[in-house]
Design a protein around this ligand. Structure first.
Ligand SMILES: N[C@@H](CCC(=O)N[C@@H](CS)C(=O)NCC(=O)O)C(=O)O
Length: 241
């Protein structure tokens, strides 16, 4: 199922068997990848239904009126928004718990996720803006990255401390894409001597089993990116007969 072609408008909703946990996803979505990482880390059985986000099935919009993936569905329960999905899974499936016990630490992790989201949003704005503004934008990005370096220096091998926690999985999908698609950004991380722990973290994360299981081949990412930029995203890259 993870490699099933995306369902589009006009399609029939695939039958959901009793008790089966389903994830509505898109094969290149970093938010959906968050959920898939948590599922893999916890070894939770699930099935995937991929959605064509340019031509969404009517039944998908009924399940999530916001219209975004990921969405979880099991029997009569529906959960959407990636952070909410991941928290939900961590509570319902307590094995390999990913959320720290300490409420203050939980709050700190959530704030760090917000900082990360803001940094990436700003970066994408710079990338789409006038080329002359790119150098200043990249310098700003480098300075913001130092926040993450300082944080991981305090915390340990992972943002979660001495083991992977939710915070690591929540920011990882973008790091994966930085190395694949954002040459300018990856150069900053690879060459900046003020980010040593962050670089070690990216290497450590690359070795994590869940990360390996949820990774897509670079060529597929590149092709998806290319077709998206042209305004005709090919959600089924690599699945063509
Ligand atoms: N805040 C949402 C963002 C999810 C999101 O933006 N997903 C994208 C795909 S990567 C999507 O479904 N886009 C469809 C749309 O915006 O119509 C989350 O955390 O789950």
């Amino acid at each position: 199922m993870p490699n099933q072609k995306a369902f589009s408008a006009g399609s029939k909703v695939p039958t959901l068997e009793n008790g089966v946990l389903r994830v509505y996803s898109m094969r290149f979505c970093p938010y959906a990848q968050r959920t898939l990482l948590v599922l893999a880390h916890k070894n939770i059985p699930y099935e995937v239904v991929n959605i064509n986000l340019k031509s969404k099935p009517e039944w998908f919009l009924q399940k999530n009126p916001i219209g975004k993936v990921p969405v979880l569905e099991q029997d009569d329960k529906i959960v959407y928004e990636s952070l909410i999905c991941c928290d939900y899974l961590d509570q319902v499936y307590p094995q390999n718990r990913l959320t720290p016990e300490d409420p203050y630490r939980q709050a700190q992790d959530k704030m760090l996720i917000e900082h990360f989201a803001q940094m990436m949003t700003e970066f994408y704005k710079v990338r789409q803006g006038p080329p002359a503004e790119i150098p200043a934008g990249l310098e700003k990005f480098r300075k913001q990255m130092i926040r993450f370096e300082t944080e991981i220096q305090k915390r340990g091998d992972y943002f979660g401390g001495n083991k992977i926690q939710m915070i690591d999985f929540m920011i990882w999908p973008w790091f994966e894409r930085i190395f694949i698609m954002e040459k300018m950004l990856s150069q900053i991380i690879l060459s900046d001597e003020s980010l040593p722990k962050l670089l070690q973290w990216t290497l450590r994360m690359s070795e994590c089993l869940a990360v390996k299981q949820c990774r897509r081949p670079v060529e597929q990412h590149m092709e998806f990116f290319k077709t998206s930029k042209m305004g005709v995203p090919n959600y089924d890259v690599g699945l063509e007969e």
